[in-house]
Design a protein around this ligand. Structure first.
Ligand SMILES: [Zn+2]
Ligand SMILES: [Zn+2]
Length: 757
């Protein structure tokens, strides 16, 4: 078995990724999780692509250094991928000393082999700023439409691509003075001279690595149109220095250094561990006989991975681990148009985090709908239908009915019995198909086959009528339920690469784990090892109409329109306008994690319940009097179905201190207490009020290590609920950061997994 090196396209750092961008990172995650479960020695690396004009410009606009900008966005990317549960071996970045060394080394070898040529070109130079201007740093009158402020690379008004020398009345975008043409030297990679090597490699690799059709077509088109020399240097500061006399003021063009990031990030992984990074790079990247490279990209990135990056490697004359399989997806479109980073249209990673919908539900839909062979469309309606129909109606139903049957009629013990050969022949055939497809990185087809298997198992349950046979033919019922338990266990393994959190939960119902020393791909179809079913709960909650409608509205239009909408709303609520207008909403999503936002906006405090009585006009409500360390307040809460008065009296609870007061059946509630809740497998709701008996009334709650904000303004309930708090394994988390008081984390005893509100 060869080792598997997996990469996903390096996301450009200066933006928040949307669902369309996330597909690559998620796809490579599924594939590498599958490879690990199959027992392959696997390495998955990715990271942010940081250099280039776009970052430099953006940083200048924001008045910070490019490095600061990259740090900020790198953290944001990291938070999003971690929320989506992506198991990178390393998520790095291209601004590292190892990257500089590897890039310069590859360049020197290309130069020594004669594949680097020098050309003199005419370029605009600003004498005031003392530098050559990148295309987009030149402004002037558009020769096509007369727009007075057109950018040198493209007119924002008519959209035409421009050469900066075409602009009339051109000026430097930094100082405004008129730039002059000056000749300057640049270095080019001589692709025409590498062509023969490249073509020979493509002919072999595309077949061996079963490249997707779009990859083969686009690559052939590139070669047919003729390969040209390509500039690899630029007049910029934010980039990797060019190690050649006369090029001290230039850096490498970002397209040249970015794909080399895959290699340097691998090196950085070893460096992090204190190992010899050069040896580690050698082992993975200079080892074509033992390592297969799988790359996950969007189709717009194909030529860089099949032509340009391979040329850089082939031209060195060394034996590299070259691209084996290329999984290049088509586009994911949004409602009626395209996802667009520049226009801010679509669902962004930060939106998904704030949506209140768990990561696995997003993962489910992204893979179920992965644009594998054709463009796919994201619509909220389809999202809701697929989640409710397939994930819950098919899979959730099978798990629920099988396990409840065991709990109810077999006292939680997986019944003894005999396996039905015919049934298992079918199951194993499905499993073999899934493995074959996954081995070829056909993630969507494989995923859909998992649901076909689940559907087959559901039908078997239905046709077997165990609720009848249980009485008159108990052996038949036991055999059936036993078979179905093993299928459910198999489904946990098959689903693990796709929805790891839910699959682990499912395995835990049998007291098992997945991966490491737990279940692996080799356990599929094995008919022993299951004993007991316990602690079952509902895996997924249905997406209701009004909830989906709210999300559709919240995420409609561009990010700009959204933030204007939010501003408008905040104008109507004067209390909160102070915070919101100080910092536009888009800035918040771009720069701030949910945890920081929560810490900035929300004031949580410990309060002691000193008096409690039933609400005279409402069955479910209590009216509680609170001591907040000197201050007294009244709140109203709907806890009657879950707690008796004496159970709550004297408790040290957590209250949302700065929540806008609300009248509940005529009684004003100044704040809200926090409780964790979860739905049990029988559909009933368990509720546990958060308790901080160890803390004095009035103490404030901290989020992770984020400093407490000083007296935040009042917030409305929607803002509060837009930042979901969760109970996970009994720990209370917001955005993966624990809620603590005096350094001690808040925890639950009964509702270990659930939502807090
Ligand atoms: Zn124009
Ligand atoms: Zn200037």
């Amino acid at each position: 078995m060869k080792r598997r090196l997996v990469t996903s396209a390096l996301p450009y750092v200066n933006n928040v990724p949307h669902l369309g961008n996330l597909i690559q990172v998620l796809s490579a995650d599924v594939f590498s999780r599958f490879c690990r479960l199959r027992g392959y020695d696997t390495l998955y690396v990715c990271g942010t692509d940081v250099y280039g004009t776009a970052t430099e410009t953006r940083a200048a606009e924001e008045g910070i250094s490019p490095r600061e900008l990259c740090d900020r966005y790198h953290a944001l990317h990291t938070a999003i991928y971690s929320w989506f549960n992506i198991a990178f071996d390393k998520f790095g970045r291209t601004s590292t000393p190892i990257q500089t060394e590897v890039v310069q080394d590859i360049f020197k070898k290309l130069d020594a082999q004669g594949f680097i040529v020098e050309r003199t070109i005419e370029q605009l130079y600003c004498e005031q700023c003392n530098r050559f201007l990148a295309d987009r740093y030149v402004r002037g009158v558009c020769p096509h439409c007369g727009y007075p402020d057109a950018r040198g690379d493209q007119c924002e008004n008519c959209g035409k691509l421009l050469d900066p020398t075409e602009l009339k009345e051109s000026r430097c975008s930094t100082c405004g003075s008129q730039p002059k043409l000056r000749s300057t030297k640049h270095l080019y990679i001589d692709l025409p001279r590498i062509k023969d090597r490249l073509e020979a490699w493509i002919a072999e690799a595309s077949v061996k690595g079963f490249w997707a059709n779009n990859a083969i077509q686009m690559t052939n088109a590139w070669i047919r149109d003729g390969l040209k020399e390509r500039a690899i240097t630029r007049d910029l500061k934010w980039g990797i220095p060019v190690p050649k006399p006369g090029y001290e003021d230039k850096v490498f063009y970002v397209w040249f250094d970015a794909p080399i990031g895959y290699i340097s990030i691998t090196g950085n992984l070893a460096a992090d561990r204190g190992e010899d990074w050069r040896a580690f790079v050698q082992e993975w990247w200079k080892n074509p006989d033992e390592v297969e490279l799988f790359q996950f990209i969007g189709k717009d990135n194909i030529p860089f991975h099949t032509v340009i990056f391979p040329s850089s490697l082939l031209g060195t004359g060394e034996r590299w681990t070259m691209l084996h399989h290329m999984s290049s997806t088509e586009y994911l479109n949004y409602e009626s148009g395209k996802f667009s980073k520049s226009k801010g249209v679509g669902v962004f990673g930060s939106d998904a985090m704030e949506s209140g919908i768990p990561a696995d539900i997003w993962r489910f839909y992204i893979f179920y709908n992965r644009p594998e062979k054709a463009d796919a469309l994201f619509t909220w309606k389809d999202f809701q239908e697929k989640v409710n129909g397939e994930l819950i109606g098919n899979l959730g139903n099978l798990v629920n009915r099988t396990l409840s049957f065991v709990t109810r009629y077999y006292d939680g013990k997986v019944p003894e019995g005999k396996a039905k050969a015919e049934f298992w022949n079918t199951v194993r055939a499905y499993e073999e198909t899934i493995r074959e497809k996954l081995d070829r990185a056909e993630l969507r087809d494989a995923f859909r086959t998992v649901f076909e298997l689940s559907s087959f198992a559901n039908k078997t349950f239905q046709d077997g009528e165990p609720w009848k046979t249980r009485k008159d033919q108990p052996e038949l019922a036991a055999n059936l339920i036993r078979d179905l338990c093993y299928v459910v266990r198999d489904l946990a393994i098959l689903l693990h690469p796709y929805i790891p959190g839910s699959a682990e939960k499912l395995a835990a119902f049998f007291g098992l784990t997945i991966g490491n020393n737990g279940l692996s791909w080799q356990d599929l179809g094995k008919l022993d090892g299951l004993k007991q079913v316990h602690n079952t709960e509902v895996l997924f909650n249905k997406l209701e109409d009004d909830f989906i409608q709210t999300l559709r509205e919240r995420y409609s239009g561009s990010q700009k329109e959204r933030s204007e909408r939010e501003k408008e709303q905040s104008m109507n609520t004067p209390e909160s306008s102070a915070i919101k207008s100080a910092e536009p909403a888009q800035e918040q999503t771009a720069n701030e994690s949910i945890a920081t936002k929560f810490a900035r906006l929300v004031d949580l405090r410990v309060a002691k319940i000193t008096h409690i009585e039933r609400h005279p006009k409402a069955d479910k409500l209590y009216i509680e009097t609170l001591d907040l360390g000197g201050e007294t307040r009244t709140i109203v809460s709907g806890l009657v179905p879950y707690y008796k008065e004496e159970e709550l009296l004297g408790k040290h609870i957590i209250v949302v201190y700065n929540l806008k007061p609300a009248k509940l059946r005529g009684v004003e509630s100044k704040g809200m207490l926090l409780a964790a809740s979860a739905t049990q497998s029988d559909g009933s709701e368990v509720v546990e009020v958060l308790d901080a008996s160890f803390a004095e009334p009035g103490s404030r709650i901290q989020i992770g290590n984020i400093p407490l904000s000083e007296a935040p303004a009042e917030i409305d309930i929607d803002t509060f609920f837009s930042m979901p708090i969760l109970a996970k394994d009994g720990v209370i988390l917001i955005d993966q950061q624990p809620l603590t008081c005096n350094g001690k984390p808040l925890s639950t005893n009964r509702v270990l997994q659930g939502e807090v509100g």
